[in-house]
Design a protein around this ligand. Structure first.
Ligand code: MF3
Ligand code: CO
Ligand code: CO
Length: 283
């Protein structure tokens, strides 16, 4: 196992800058999610915004990835490639944005959210709200002295109690001068396993949660990951740092994301699907 780099205060300052741009870009994009928009347009908006801020989109050219952002619709788990596909009413779409300031020694900030296009179905609401909560639960586990396995254990317990499944094939990751580095951060597993969390560790938490089975398959394009049963899937991602006090969410946003965090019942704190369905039935 290769070792985990711990960040000095100076490195963390640069990480904060990259993460703040990635978060701002996600907020910017949230205002453009609507029926009729193509995923290529989302790519252009992310690309241009990033360059206008003297930064680079980390996905572009990464292991041959052809675009500047990942756009993953409905049954696409992750790594969707932007193209001519037009967003339609009822879609859900994850937009995954990673930014780096090359002149500031190339620290990467990585975050994503899933958005509702128009009016979501109850199933779409369920999977998006469960995956949103899974990220919150994962972040709540981050503290010095805890173990990386605590994160996945807590996420898996909640997701499966909600009748959903947790993707195994893709995991969170250490991040810093490299886009992906140790440690792996699974979103499933057992407490008191894997590495001990130490102040200065920086990694992503990015649970991919399926409404059906957890199995995935990759399309012939070598990138697009689908649920094997073609069930709906959703994902949220933050980059976090372990601090002496607990956790700093480096990609924390200032305001609410449009078309995701602004749905009427999505800001109720520890919302369960049971609560969501009760509210829907009562409405
Ligand atoms: N941003 C993704 C992650 O969360 C990785 C995308 S790799 C790319 O780790 F090449 F598809 F961009
Ligand atoms: Co990402
Ligand atoms: Co990531």
């Amino acid at each position: 196992m290769s070792s985990i780099e711990l960040m000095s205060p100076g490195m963390l300052k640069k990480m904060r800058e990259a993460c703040a741009l990635a978060a701002d870009t996600l907020v910017m994009i949230s205002g453009h999610i609507r029926p009729g928009v193509t995923t290529d347009h989302i790519n252009t908006l992310v690309h241009d915004y990033t360059l206008a801020h003297n930064a680079l989109p980390s996905p572009l050219g990464y292991r041959g990835f052809p675009k500047s952002v990942c756009t993953s619709l409905n049954e696409v788990v992750c790594h969707g490639i932007p193209g001519p596909r037009v967003l339609v009413d009822g879609d859900i779409i994850n937009v995954d944005i990673t930014s780096t300031y090359p002149v500031k020694r190339g620290f990467h900030g990585d975050n994503s959210a899933t958005f509702y296009v128009g009016e979501p179905s109850p199933e779409a609401r369920k999977i998006v709200e469960v995956s949103r909560r899974c990220l919150e639960i994962g972040v709540e586990q981050v503290r010095p002295g805890g173990r990386i396995g605590d994160i996945g254990a807590a996420i898996q317990e909640y997701a499966e109690a909600q009748g959903c499944s947790v993707v195994r094939d893709y995991v969170g990751h250490g991040i810093g001068r490299s886009f992906h580095m140790p440690p792996n951060v699974p979103h499933f597993g057992q407490r008191n396993t894997l590495q001990r969390m130490t102040p200065g560790m920086v990694f992503t938490i990015e649970p991919m949660i399926n409404i059906g089975g957890y199995e995935c398959e990759v399309l012939a394009d070598q990138w697009t990951v689908l649920t094997r049963d073609r069930s709906l899937t959703a994902q949220f991602e933050h980059t976090v740092a372990v601090t002496r006090e607990g956790c700093e969410v480096l990609t924390q946003r200032q305001g609410l994301l449009n078309h995701s965090e602004d749905v009427p019942w999505a800001d109720l704190g520890p919302l369960t699907c049971a609560h969501a369905y009760a509210r829907l039935r009562a409405a």
